[in-house]
Ligand binder design. Structure first.
Ligand code: C2E
Ligand code: CA
Ligand code: CA
Ligand code: CA
Length: 278
């Protein structure tokens, strides 16, 4: 480093300090965020394109920071994972998502499942399955209305026990494989893991209208899912053109800005209870 001269080094270390300071600040704020009740969930509908019906909804956490505004989970989930705060955050998300869905069911909303993202760290928690089942008991949400989203890379982690997945599905909870196709993994685990749904990662959808390879990969994933008797959802649909290509490839379950951005609970309710004009 010194060979680059004093200036180069100083610049480098100042930048690094800045990043470090920023991270430590967020970390301290994150610890206080629970007391201040700064977390909220947004919900993004999953739509069946043939009749535009909502068939599911994914809970996505948001942090309303006092001075920074809304902080994206892409920024604070990694910090929560590093600091161990992910356990408290993950528990809060699960409980809140189940509570909200039960409330909507009770109020006459659609009987659809809520999807909750899990972090690999949560699999290190002892009794994770029992804990999740206790949240269902506590909130009164029947297990078939909870879907847990995991990623391929989580399943490649040898410390992640697949036994947990089996106990969860034995209780009727659904498992969905998120970001499918980005995990560089062998597909053999699809044979022995209890997975009901594949979510095709947005990176394959983005250029699907112009990139023949992406289109071929997506068509292959859809065909494979059908052969394996799994549901398949395409993520990140933004345009009519992308939707048309997916329909052509026989994928009718869609999540993306084309239908809806993730919305706060009160906006979701508008869609449930205000009669739809067609
Ligand atoms: P993810 O699970 O893959 O969630 C989908 C992300 O794509 C969301 O970003 C969503 O807002 C965004 N998205 C949906 N449709 C579109 C679209 O049409 N176009 C584009 N450009 N983006 C779209 P978000 O909410 O910022 O979440 C980012 C990631 O943070 C999530 O990716 C997930 O990995 C993680 N995350 C979010 N909430 C939680 C949580 O409660 N727990 C854990 N462990 N992770 C979470
Ligand atoms: Ca997800
Ligand atoms: Ca995803
Ligand atoms: Ca993702």
């Amino acid at each position: 480093v010194k060979k680059n001269g004093k200036n180069g080094y100083r610049l480098y270390s100042r930048e690094l300090n800045e990043q470090l300071r920023e991270k430590m600040e967020l970390e301290a704020d994150l610890r206080r965020a629970f007391e201040r009740e700064e977390f909220m969930l947004c919900y993004q509908p999953q739509i069946r394109s043939s009749d535009s019906k909502m068939i599911g909804i994914e809970a996505l956490v948001r942090w309303k920071h006092a001075t920074r505004g809304i902080v994206s989970p892409g920024v604070f989930i990694p910090i929560a994972e590093e600091t161990g705060l992910i356990h408290e955050l993950g528990s809060w998300v699960l409980r809140e998502a189940c509570r909200q869905m039960k409330e909507w069911h009770t109020a006459g909303g659609p009987l659809i499942p809520v999807s909750v993202n899990l972090s690999s760290q949560q699999f290190h928690q002892e009794n994770l399955a029992e804990f999740i089942i206790s949240i269902l008991d506590e909130t009164g949400l029947p297990p078939q209305y909870l879907e847990l989203e995991i990623t391929e890379s989580m399943m490649m982690d040898p410390t992640v026990s697949t036994g947990i997945l089996h106990s969860l599905t034995e209780h009727g909870i659904r498992i969905s494989l998120d970001d499918f196709g980005t995990g560089y993994s062998s597909l053999s685990y699809l044979k022995h893991l209890p997975i009901q749904k594949l979510k095709i990662d947005r990176s394959f959808i983005r250029d699907i209208a112009s990139n023949a390879n992406d289109k071929a990969i997506v068509a292959t994933i859809i065909a494979m899912a059908q052969h394996l008797n799994m549901d398949v959802v395409a993520e990140g649909i933004e345009t009519q053109e992308q939707l048309d290509i997916l329909t052509e490839s026989d994928c009718r379950k869609i999540q993306g800005y084309f239908y809806s951005r993730p919305l706060p609970a009160w906006d979701v309710e508008q869609g449930f209870f205000v009669p739809q004009r067609e």
